[in-house]
Write a protein that binds this ligand. Structure first.
Ligand code: DOR
Ligand code: ZN
Ligand code: ZN
Length: 424
């Protein structure tokens, strides 16, 4: 296998932030030191660039099997690599859903060939129907890393408590999409001044807040491990903060759109700004940012949810969801690093270390002997998001036309360069 030497690069992981030379050989980091006397098949000048461990996004929808006109495992992996993401956790709302060992095994078999570390969630309930719990031990034996009914809420507190107890026995974390469909009642965007102005039904924040509280209480009662999906409201952040203070084995995530954007964007009547949970208010954005800064929010994910342009054409009838894998690091650097709010090590914690810890996966560092899964980033490079240049099969990005500071130049996994930015 080819060797790669990255010279004079700012290496950042949980243990270091220092300028180094890094030698990659046989799929591993062979050596890392302030100066290496070594040659390699390819020598890269890393002067002025940062090298981070590959990022891990624990909430993506690759639509495979069943909706591959939106995305498949290969286009999803290409989008991940272009965003500096070398590991993902796929949600189970595929067709068929990930409720059987056969479906899980078939997908993971294909996923293993992509160069991305792809993990799969099994469903909490059979067919995502919220009626009967799936066979968690069998799903675990087939290789799932966690359990979720993402895309659909578990309908009752009783069922969630049973799911948590059964997941605990199987040794799997539960990843919960918190929503009360009775409160949603057909709403399509955040309920508030904007939904009133547009004359469309709103999604009351009480839907998210109440089910987040319900599930956290069930986690506290059972002692099971619970991770709350895509937190978007002040209420949810407060509930998670409190459950952590009470000693719960609980964590949560948010996505860049929830700390950068508000529901004012919906005034454009463009379904590319619709996702579930929806964009909220400036006060929610402030609360999400506080939650990231005080450690209540453990990870930044994307909820990468590809939908075609045709599906997104009708503002009111379009499915919810936005792609995000190719913009998450740039959005996070722009919001938190370039504003001096977070260090690069903090960002590695949010986008690599914490998701891996939550999923009980081995940590990734830039140390000799570790897998060569790393990214090269030009922290200062500005670029404007052009939906047509995305690698995902779908282009429904909420960040279209926005300029970010920070760009992934190269992604390496298993010592192989899987993505390299072609200069436009
Ligand atoms: O916006 C969303 N898109 N939220 C979900 O819960 C599901 C997801 C999807 O699968 O499209
Ligand atoms: Zn969800
Ligand atoms: Zn999702």
């Amino acid at each position: 296998m080819d060797s790669i030497l990255i010279r004079n690069v700012r290496a950042v992981d949980r243990q270091q932030d220092a300028v180094c030379d890094i030698l990659l050989c046989d799929g591993k980091i062979k050596e890392i030191a302030p100066h290496l006397d070594a040659g390699a098949d390819r020598v890269i000048d890393g002067t002025g660039l940062a090298c981070l461990p590959g990022l891990f996004d624990m909430h993506v929808h690759f639509r495979d099997p069943g909706q591959t006109h939106k995305e498949d495992v290969n286009t999803g992996a290409a989008a991940a690599l272009a965003g500096g993401v070398t590991g993902v956790l796929c949600m189970p709302n595929t067709t068929p859903p990930m409720d059987s060992p056969e479906t899980v095994r078939e997908f993971l078999g294909r996923a293993a060939k992509t160069g991305v570390e792809i993990h799969q969630t099994g469903t909490l309930t059979v067919g995502l129907k919220g009626e009967q719990l799936a066979d968690y031990a069998a799903l675990k034996a087939a290789g799932v890393t966690a359990l979720s009914d993402d895309g659909r809420p578990v309908p009752t507190a009783e069922m969630m408590e049973q799911a948590l107890a059964k997941a605990k026995a199987a040794g799997l974390p539960v990843v919960s999409h918190c929503e009360d469909l009775a409160i949603i009642n057909g709403g399509i965007i955040n309920k508030g001044a904007v939904s009133e102005k547009l004359g469309v039904k709103g999604m009351d924040r009480a839907s998210e807040d109440s089910v987040t509280y319900r599930d956290l209480q069930a986690a506290l009662r059972t002692g099971a491990q619970l991770h709350i999906c895509h937190v978007s409201t002040r209420g949810s952040v407060d509930h998670v903060r409190q459950a952590k203070a009470q000693g719960g084995d609980v964590t949560c995530e948010t996505a860049p759109h929830y700390f950068l954007l508000t529901d004012e964007l919906l005034l454009k009547r463009d379904a590319d700004y619709r996702m579930n949970p929806p964009l909220r208010t400036p006060d929610d954005v402030a609360a999400i940012r506080e939650g990231i800064l005080d450690g209540t929010i453990d990870c930044i994910i994307t909820d990468h949810a590809p939908h075609t342009a045709a599906e997104k054409a009708d503002f009111e009838k379009a499915p919810n969801g936005v792609v995000g894998l190719e913009t998450s690091l740039a959005a996070t650097l722009t919001a938190f690093y370039h504003t001096g709010l977070l260090s690069l090590q903090d960002i590695v914690r949010l986008m690599c270390d914490n998701p891996r810890r939550i999923l009980h996966l081995p940590a990734r560092t830039l140390a000799a002997g570790e897998p060569a899964d790393l990214i090269l980033v030009d922290l200062d490079r500005e670029w404007t998001v052009d939906p047509d240049k995305l690698h995902s099969r779908s282009h429904n990005t909420v960040f279209k036309g926005m300029t970010f500071r920070g760009r992934v130049l190269m992604t390496v996994t298993g010592g192989i360069i899987r993505y390299e930015l072609n200069d436009e």
